[in-house]
Ligand binder design. Structure first.
Ligand code: B12
Ligand code: SF4
Length: 599
């Protein structure tokens, strides 16, 4: 049995000692070593000592040969046998390796050392030839370009983008980058050349920890780059880590605030993981004698799976082989607290869109809100019976959405809010009333006449607010004072088309009209109700305004038309008692550890 890869390579001796079934570990890049080893096996040649880069068992002895060299010229490597992937056409894209090696030395990272910090790239011509061939053969048009830090050499990225543009090939791609290794001009060129997704490892929102973990990003500049990618239409994964051993409450708060800040951008998807001490990383080497194995683990390694008890026993028996399933103690913080804060922020961003941003902007401290929320929940818990949420975090359940909205209404808005009207409007906007589940009998017609009956389509939900929603969202995006948001009665509509959810703010007249489209009134009746005096509105006869407005609502897909009043077979259910969360974003998924995959 031969094993290899980034994990086995650095725990080779321990693995061979612990698992007698393993015969050989191939360390590091195996492109040349592995075929040579197979050749030795095939030829029954026992001179394995001559093969660099392997650790193997000979009788009772373990032999560790010197390390092999890295592949300097990646252009000489063949493409993976993509044809062996039976589902390649339906994956929506593929991962394609374009280079190896990052010269930086972040304390938690395993890949810099694995590829010996030796930055290499395939040539632009090779990359484009590969992409064209894969596109032609498998119909794939999205390429997640695999390189931990693609944009190290600006000139090479420019070369690649220009070669794509010159080739006339149509495809989209994503890559990984540091925010300090891209600039606005480069990002613009990348967008023009088809880049639709970038993975930005920010790691921590704390200026102090940026130095401690040796990432050394300027966080103000980092946000500017995220803002620029958003403007250019590029999606970003904004990756953060909590649970560093030196992390203090202030550091944690800064990271959570960075996470929430990223939500201001429509195309940024923040994600947060607990630190996983990967074998052979500096952070592991420094803390390997104090690792903890308990229920508070990083989903970096577990991928949100439920840990198999047999595997758990194996992990417990061999900490030196599986340290990534362990944790390093946090000196200043309770680890359960760190995990809860992380889950809280992650799922706030999953269940809501603007509420977390509004709460941060209004309060200036999300940790204080978290603590008050925990206390509020604890006070109510004795009356709760259905506390069990299985093995997934409480926050991932819809119950959290419902309870948190209740907390905002009954506790946050009364005790803590400074811009009450604005926060209350966001909370209302993000608590969509349940649609009527009954199906009415509709006598469907296309044309609007005096006798037709307009009705609100069940793909639209109207919500009344007391502040100008557009002004509110603009204020959240640009961090303007929420107390300055214009106060006026407005209505917003959520419209669903397929799996998309759009929001519109209706002009006051359209909102008034829409409310009259209840499936019980004819157009003639609506005209009368709309403007009882029958006079003019801005010099235009009121009935014309009304008819035009109805036509517009029909064109916008918000209302349908029936030849007769709608008939419901059951009485009206207990309206508005229930709430349902609009699905703003998907729960965190394993693929989000890489660049955003096209939806
Ligand atoms: C692309 C990628 C993914 C993709 C994989 C998609 C795909 N089908 O290819 C996705 C998004 C699915 C993914 C998921 C995960 N990933 Co990932 N991923 C990567 C990434 C960026 C590139 C992998 C790659 O192709 N590298 C290029 C090739 C050439 O290098 P290589 O894979 O190391 O292979 C060489 C050698 O290692 C060796 N080798 C590899 N395998 C074998 C096997 C044998 C028998 C032999 C002899 C040799 C050998 O030979 C190869 C050629 O030289 C790496 C980081 C990196 N730059 O490598 C992380 C990385 C491998 N992923 C990592 C992790 C943690 C995960 C997840 C657990 C994350 C998560 N929480 O969801 C999951 C696990 C998925 C799973 N089920 O195993 C870690 C592993 C850390 C560690 N030390 O173990 C890495 C190193 C990133 C990191 N530093 O954190 N990942
Ligand atoms: S985290 Fe990114 S920048 Fe840091 S060493 Fe690893 S690959 Fe390089």
């Amino acid at each position: 049995m031969i094993i290899g890869g980034p994990q086995a390579s650095v725990v080779d001796v321990a693995t061979l000692r612990a698992f007698p079934c393993v015969d050989v570990v191939v360390r590091g890049e195996a492109d040349d070593t592995f075929p040579r080893l197979l050749q030795l096996v095939e030829n029954r040649d026992a001179r394995w000592e001559s093969l660099p880069g392997i650790t193997f068992r000979r009788g009772d002895r373990l032999i560790r040969n010197p390390s092999g060299s890295v592949v300097e010229d990646l252009d000489r490597l063949p493409l993976p046998a993509f044809d062996l992937d039976a589902r390649i056409r339906s994956r929506g894209g593929i991962h394609l390796e374009i280079g190896r090696g990052c010269p930086f030395a972040c304390s938690f990272c395993s890949t810099n050392d694995f590829f010996r910090r030796n930055f290499r790239l395939k040539s632009p011509l090779r990359m484009i030839a590969d992409i064209s061939a894969i596109k032609r053969e498998f119909g794939v048009s999205y390429f997640s370009l695999v390189h931990d830090m693609y944009t190290i050499d600006r000139k090479k990225v420019v070369e690649f983008c220009e070669a794509i543009l010159a080739s006339g090939e149509q495809f989209t791609w994503g890559c990984s980058a540091r925010t300090d290794c891209v600039d606005d001009d480069l990002l613009a060129l990348m967008a023009k050349a088809g880049c639709t997704g970038i993975f930005f490892g920010i790691e921590t929102g704390s200026k102090r920890l940026q130095q401690v973990i040796n990432k050394k990003l300027d966080l103000v500049e980092a946000l500017k780059r995220i803002e620029c990618t958003d403007r250019l239409g590029i999606h970003t994964t904004v990756a953060l880590i909590v649970g560093f051993p030196e992390e203090t409450r202030d550091d944690l708060r800064d990271t959570i605030h960075f996470f929430i800040d990223a939500l201001r951008f429509d195309r940024a998807e923040p994600q947060c993981s607990l630190l996983a001490p990967l074998a052979a990383t500096p952070v592991y080497e420094q803390h390997k004698h104090h690792l903890i194995f308990d229920d508070i683990f990083s989903d970096m390694s577990h991928q949100s799976w439920q840990q198999d008890p047999v595997e758990a026993e194996m992990i417990k028996a061999y900490p030196a082989i599986f340290p990534n399933f362990y944790a390093i103690p946090t000196v200043d913080l309770d680890r359960q607290y760190v995990k809860d804060v992380m889950d809280f922020a992650t799922y706030l961003a999953t269940w809501f869109r603007w509420l977390p941003v509004a709460l941060l902007q209004d309060s200036g401290d999300l940790l204080i809100i978290f603590e008050r929320w925990q206390q509020w929940r604890l006070e109510r818990r004795p009356s709760e019976t259905d506390e069990d949420t299985g093995w997934t975090p409480y926050y991932s359940h819809r119950r959290f959405h419902r309870e948190f909205l209740e907390f905002v209404r009954t506790c946050y808005l009364t005790e803590m809010a400074t811009a009450r009207a604005a926060v209350s409007a966001v909370a209302s906007a993000e608590c969509v009333p349940v649609r009527d589940t009954r199906t009415p009998i509709v006598n469907h017609v296309e044309d609007l006449s005096e006798t037709t009956v307009p009705y609100l389509l069940d793909t639209s939900v109207v919500i009344d607010l007391e502040v100008d929603y557009k002004d509110l969202i603009d204020s959240l995006k640009s961090k303007r004072d929420l107390n300055m948001v214009a106060v006026r009665d407005t209505a917003i509509v959520y419209g669903t088309t397929g799996d998309r959810l759009d929001t519109w703010q209706l002009p006051p007249l359209s909102a008034a009209l829409l409310r009259l489209c209840d499936g019980g009134h004819t157009v003639a009746e609506i005209v009368r109700l709309f403007h009882p005096g029958g006079s003019e509105l801005d010099g235009i006869p009121a009935d014309k305004v009304c008819l035009f407005g109805l036509m517009q609502l029909k064109e916008d897909g918000l209302i349908g038309l029936s030849a007769s009043p709608l008939i419901w077979d059951e009485p009206v259910a207990h309206e508005a008692a229930l709430t349902v969360a609009p699905h703003y974003s998907l729960p965190p998924q394993a693929t989000h550890t890489q660049q955003p995959w096209p939806r």
